[in-house]
Design a binder for this molecule. Structure first.
Ligand SMILES: [Zn+2]
Length: 58
């Protein structure tokens, strides 16, 4: 199983809530905050972000 040598890995972003890498195109949810779009692994993470974005964004 290849985890870290996949060229597509470069397209992934970090889910700011749980720290998982997600592909923006395949993300379960996304939220925009202060002009930046964040992608999430699940709607649960997106909901947590929506409650208090500043907790997750530095
Ligand atoms: Zn997540």
């Amino acid at each position: 199983m290849r985890l870290f040598d996949d060229p597509a890995d470069d397209a992934r972003v970090i889910d700011p809530v749980c720290g998982m890498k997600v592909e923006p195109a395949g993300a379960a949810a996304s939220r925009e905050f202060e002009g930046t779009t964040y992608s999430f692994c699940s709607t649960g993470c997106a909901a947590a972000f929506g409650v208090d974005p500043r907790r997750y964004v530095r």
